[in-house]
Design a protein around this ligand. Structure first.
Ligand SMILES: [Zn+2]
Length: 491
């Protein structure tokens, strides 16, 4: 080969090498951009590489053994928990972490699951208090909704609720409201996990004026979100007393045809028991059983007025129950028979209900209240223990949503939905028992970090996906509008 040819060949191979390097870096950029779109992070590559390593804190796993690592670690790779264990074993693992979080003096636990909300109702926080459920609904809530609820209202309310939930360590919620498609969009942007049910009801709703329009909207909503990593679309008939039996049957067929959950209110107050008895000569839960609505597909909120036989049917049908103790107390709906349900291992989670009937979305208050309410009702301090209350807020909520294979505990392979709670506050000092403190003493404001699907949504009390000042300013504007609309209605 002549010298010139050798030089040309060398030049060509350099070009080829440069081309390869450039292609590889272009590919890396494309992969990084795709990862960014998925949730703003890369995915660790290599057997010992993890994206996030949380070390130094107590890890309350809520796994099947309810294992607590006093000094533990959690390794996250991509969207899932890669490893969890005792910090003493960490060195032998040799993880190379993209990011490390120091959790000394803190506790790591599965993200909390709020099993019943109406998220945009945060904008009705405190609109009317100290009233009977029917008066509260018909004189305040329904008129306020009719006059104010638009898609923009729902967006502003959802942002407020999402920010509050992230701050309080809620990582998954089950919602029932209108314009649920907008709620899904906001939830996706904020990074939370949600089972979101479009509410259908037998009177004109803010988003759909007829039953047919509501079903068609829900069909589009389900088609858009089915299969999403964070959003599970659902249909949510408001209650047995606001949706006719014919329409409830249509809901059942709709949900079965599209394989989506059904969310509803059930057996909430004595007025409902009376109304269903007068109309159909049945109790509310049996009425739904007769229509074929009780199944694994159903997540029923409240379930206060059910007898032993009905509890057994709910167990047989594997219905999820969202217990809402604070809402039930505030509206004097009654106390759900939770000790009996827990004894029979029903799928019981905890819910705050809408902020209009609770004022806040704090699952910490809900745990505390659940444990205390049932002790008082049973006149026995041994019912609904701190452990059981924490279970309802985590793995119990996951079971109620039929998502226990994916969320509810810190287990290898499950979704990386977890929170870090700072134990340094006065009201948590000193500490003898971590579970007791979490239920009876900790507050939403003690949560320092919130992670959903491997993505950090709050870091050291700083929200990463929502602008808190803008969210509050929008909420205050709506408060003025809602007040004015109710004053106009009263004249
Ligand atoms: Zn509700």
């Amino acid at each position: 080969m002549r010298l010139a040819n050798i030089a040309a060949a060398r030049k060509a191979s350099w070009f080829f090498l440069a081309f390869l390097v450039m292609s590889a870096s272009a590919l890396a950029l494309v992969i990084a951009a795709a990862a960014q779109r998925r949730g703003g992070r890369g995915v660790a590559v290599g057997a010992d590489a993890v994206d996030l390593l949380i070390v130094g804190g107590a890890v309350v796993t809520m796994n099947s053994d309810r294992r607590v690592f006093e000094n533990g670690y959690v390794a996250i790779r991509g969207e899932r928990v890669f490893d969890v264990g005792d910090a003493a074993d960490l060195k032998s693992r040799g993880y190379k972490a993209g990011r490390t979080m120091d959790a000394r003096g803190k506790v790591v636990l599965p993200g909390l699951i709020n099993a019943h909300t109406h998220i945009p109702m945060t904008l009705f926080r405190g609109v009317a208090d100290d009233l009977d459920l029917q008066d509260w609904l018909t004189k305040y809530i329904f008129p306020a909704e009719a006059k104010n609820v638009t898609r923009d209202f729902v967006v502003a309310g959802a942002r407020l609720g999402l920010a509050e939930m992230i701050r309080g360590g809620t990582t998954t919620y089950a919602d029932m409201y209108y314009f649920e498609d907008a709620i899904a969009e906001e939830t996706r942007k904020a990074g939370l996990r949600g089972t979101l049910g479009e509410t259908v009801i037998d009177f004109p709703a803010p988003d759909n004026k007829t039953w047919e329009a509501a079903l068609s909207y829900t069909d589009g909503f389900v088609k858009r979100w089915k299969g999403d990593a964070l959003i599970t679309p659902a249909i949510a008939p408001h209650a047995p007393y606001t949706v006719s039996p014919e329409h409830l049957k249509e809901v059942k067929a709709f949900a079965e045809g599209r394989d989506v959950p059904i969310l509803t209110h059930l057996a909430e107050a004595p007025t409902e028991t009376k109304a269903i008895a007068e109309k159909y000569n049945m109790r509310p839960a049996l009425y739904l059983e007769n229509l074929g609505l009780l199944s694994r597909r159903l997540l029923a909120a409240h379930v206060v007025h059910v007898n032993d036989r009905e509890i057994e049917i709910l167990k047989e049908r594997e219905v999820g129950v969202a217990h809402c103790p604070q809402s039930n107390m505030k509206l004097a709906s009654g106390a759900a028979p939770i000790p009996q349900m827990l004894k029979l291992s029903l799928r019981v989670g905890l819910g705050t209900d809408g902020a209009a009937s609770n004022h806040d979305l704090s699952m910490w208050e809900e745990m505390d209240t659940a444990a205390k309410l049932h002790k008082l009702v049973a006149m026995s301090p041994t019912v609904v223990t701190a452990q059981q209350a924490l279970e309802m807020a985590t793995i119990g909520g996951a079971r109620a949503l039929h998502m226990e294979r994916e969320i509810g505990s810190i287990d290898v392979g499950k979704r990386a939905d977890l929170i870090v709670v700072d134990l340094s506050a006065l009201h948590l000092t000193p500490m003898y028992n971590v579970v007791s403190h979490l239920v009876y003493a900790a507050k939403a404001s003690d949560v320092s970090d919130t992670i959903v699907n491997g993505r950090i949504l709050m870091r050291n009390r700083r929200l990463m996906t929502l602008n808190e000042d803008a969210v509050k300013a929008a909420a205050r504007r709506y408060q003025k509008q809602v007040s004015a609309s109710l004053r106009a209605g009263a004249q």
